[in-house]
Design a protein around this ligand. Structure first.
Ligand SMILES: Nc1ncnc2c1ncn2[C@@H]1O[C@H](COP(=O)(O)OP(=O)(O)O)[C@@H](O)[C@H]1O
Ligand SMILES: [Mg+2]
Length: 350
């Protein structure tokens, strides 16, 4: 097959940023995490190499302004999409929309599911409708007064439409209305988007990878987070600091336990929760879902990642590859499996 691997590289995002703003360098005051979601050259190369070794003709395509033109000219048989995009609340839908426009089959969820899952408030509203547990929340938008009446603390403040722990720092956990108000105003200002105030769950946290479609959806081994590894006095959350600063390949934090050492009953409850979540959000092919227990040990959904991060180096602690590895799939096997799942859904044989 002729496969186009679409991605948003860190360099690509930076040049898009400069082009859009007509600048030669990023502003000094852009948040440190602005490009956190860009694909690394190692990830892009590993995927291209894997599919080439699998006997395919492969081209890498940056998901920038030229995407439509490039895909139209090349007309690949299949698009394997990783691109998170840079601008706006619909950035993850860009590649799927272009593929829909051109009638090209592509991997992963459709533009609507990607847009909804990138909006944590909308996601939670859908989960609520289907009676799937998710922590209670309020949403605050620019220009609307912050009403905190009756909200219980502790709580966590997070931008509505970010991922990769962007905007979630150690100080995002708040203990009083005054602190919440300050943090909400600060985050709205900084991220220029609505912000969620969400009940803080103090129980154990998990992240769960799933793949497949319909009757063939499989839950991969559950990953448990162990926050006792974080510096003393830090909040028990997978913050930006925990993900990108305190955990380095040279000095890895042993945060993840896979498979999670939990009772058969809890495992079953979590598996049922994530399967239901995958179904009601109409996720396709693959996804990673974050889950946390409340004080009664009831698992709640925090959010979905239908374009999961897949760093190739095991030392990078990337969760989807870690769960796949525990299930017996090396990095390349994992990629070929996802490709196979997505191709099958599209009626293509590899
Ligand atoms: N309601 C919550 N209760 C407890 N911890 C939370 C809650 N929401 C987020 N967190 C913590 O913050 C981390 C990042 O939040 P998440 O919603 O998963 O955003 P991201 O898209 O950045 O991964 C989670 O992995 C978890 O540790
Ligand atoms: Mg998360």
């Amino acid at each position: 097959m002729k496969i186009a691997v679409t991605y948003s590289s860190k360099d690509g995002l930076l040049s898009e940023y400069k082009k859009r703003l007509g600048k030669t360098a990023p502003d000094a005051d852009i948040p440190a995490d602005f490009f956190a979601e860009g694909d690394s050259p190692a990830t892009i190369q590993a995927i291209i190499d894997t599919f080439m070794e699998g006997g395919h003709q492969v081209m890498g395509v940056e998901a920038d302004d030229r995407l439509l033109q490039t895909l139209e000219a090349e007309r690949p048989d299949f698009v394997f999409n990783l691109a998170e995009g840079l601008w706006g609340d619909f950035r993850e839908s860009y590649v799927p929309l272009v593929c829909e426009r051109l009638g090209l089959p592509y991997s992963g969820s459709d533009p609507l599911t990607l847009a909804i899952c990138l909006n944590k408030a909308r996601t939670k509203e859908i989960l609520g409708y289907h009676l799937i547990p998710t922590p209670g929340f309020r949403i605050f938008s620019p220009h609307h007064p912050v009403n905190l009446d009756g909200f219980e603390f502790p709580a966590i403040v997070k931008p509505a439409s970010e991922g990769s722990s962007k905007g979630i720092f150690n100080d995002s956990v708040v203990y009083s209305p005054a602190e919440a108000r300050r943090r909400i105003e600060e985050k709205i200002q900084q991220y220029r988007q609505p912000v969620l105030l969400e009940r803080f769950l103090t129980g154990q946290e998990f992240t769960v990878a799933l793949w497949g479609n319909g009757e063939e959806v499989e839950v991969l081994p559950i990953i448990a987070m162990d926050y006792s590894q974080l510096p003393v006095n830090s909040e028990p959350i997978y913050s930006y600091e925990a993900k990108w600063i305190w955990d380095t390949p040279e000095k890895p934090l042993e945060i993840f336990q896979c498979p999670a050492d939990i009772s058969a009953e809890l495992k079953e409850n979590i598996e049922e929760l994530v399967r239901d979540t995958y179904r009601v959000l109409q996720v396709r092919d693959w996804c990673r879902i974050d889950v946390r227990l409340d004080e009664q040990e009831i698992p709640h959904v925090l959010e979905l990642n239908p374009l999961p991060g897949i760093l190739p180096d095991p030392k990078d602690n990337s969760c989807f590859p870690k769960a796949a590895r525990t299930a017996g799939y090396g990095y390349q096997d994992m990629l070929l499996k996802v490709l196979g799942i997505a191709a099958k859904r599209n009626g293509l044989s590899l």
